[in-house]
Design a protein around this ligand. Structure first.
Ligand code: PRP
Length: 222
């Protein structure tokens, strides 16, 4: 039986993924060690289900999957939307829920996207999502890519608005920003390489079904 490679993101998304694979009978001890830094291995074998986990940066998971370096991957919908990689999205795993919002400073007097100034600057960790959203609204903007702490943008005069994910809304609130539009919703997704999904249809289908059984149970327990 061919070993299937599963790309998981380092961090919280990956830890939940490991728990899910553990729940369907995988030995995830070594994966957990790698995820929480006890080991530095980036490739972890899983003998029970003929799987192999690889640890990647979240934004790179769709790349590994599109090129077939990984058969499966677990990644946020936010990252999928930004990466624009051609992968098969198989299931919504229901965790790591957050929303994409466009936000402006409280005192800016802007209440809708259409009120943004012509040629305004919008900072984001998601420049592709931002450009697509603004284009849909006919807004000509200078999109400024950042790698984190995006909320800083309007605070220091770098940008007039931001497009970012928000979970509790606390970061926006504590930095004097207000969401004026919801751009989309995100949660963890199971994705597959398109060819792997065809070739290993039954095996991958069975894994999806088992994982989803635990997603439903998990959601009910929360
Ligand atoms: C994310 C996001 C917001 C924050 C939102 O940042 O970019 O900054 O979380 O969460 P909240 O609505 O619950 O406050 P992350 O923690 O990934 O850090 P980063 O800004 O360095 O990317």
């Amino acid at each position: 039986m061919r070993t299937l490679t599963v790309a998981v993101a380092k961090g919280r998304l990956g830890e939940k993924a490991a728990q899910l694979f553990g729940a369907i009978g995988c030995d995830v001890t070594t994966l957990m060690d790698a995820l929480d830094g006890r080991s530095r291995s980036l490739v972890v074998a899983e003998p029970h289900r003929h799987l192999k986990f690889i640890l990647a940066k979240s934004m790179d998971v769709p790349t590994f999957v599109e090129y077939g370096a990984a058969d499966l991957g677990i990644v946020g919908k936010d990252v999928l939307m930004e990466s624009e990689r051609a992968v098969a999205e198989l299931a919504d795993l229901g965790y790591a829920r957050c929303s994409f919002v466009l936000a402006v400073p409280e005192g800016a007097g802007i209440r809708s996207v259409e009120q943004l100034d012509y040629n305004c600057r919008v900072a984001s960790k998601y420049p592709n999502v931002t450009r697509r959203f603004l284009a849909r609204h006919g807004i000509q903007a200078d999109v400024i890519p950042l790698h984190g702490s995006v909320e800083l943008g309007p605070l220091v005069g770098l940008a007039d608005a931001i497009l970012d994910i928000t979970e509790t809304g606390r970061t926006l609130q504590e930095n004097g920003l207000r969401a004026i539009a919801t751009v989309g919703e995100s949660s963890a997704r199971l994705v597959a390489n398109r060819i792997s999904y065809k070739v290993e249809y039954e095996r991958i289908g069975a894994i999806v079904e088992e994982l989803m059984g635990h997603v439903v149970q998990g959601a009910a327990a929360e």
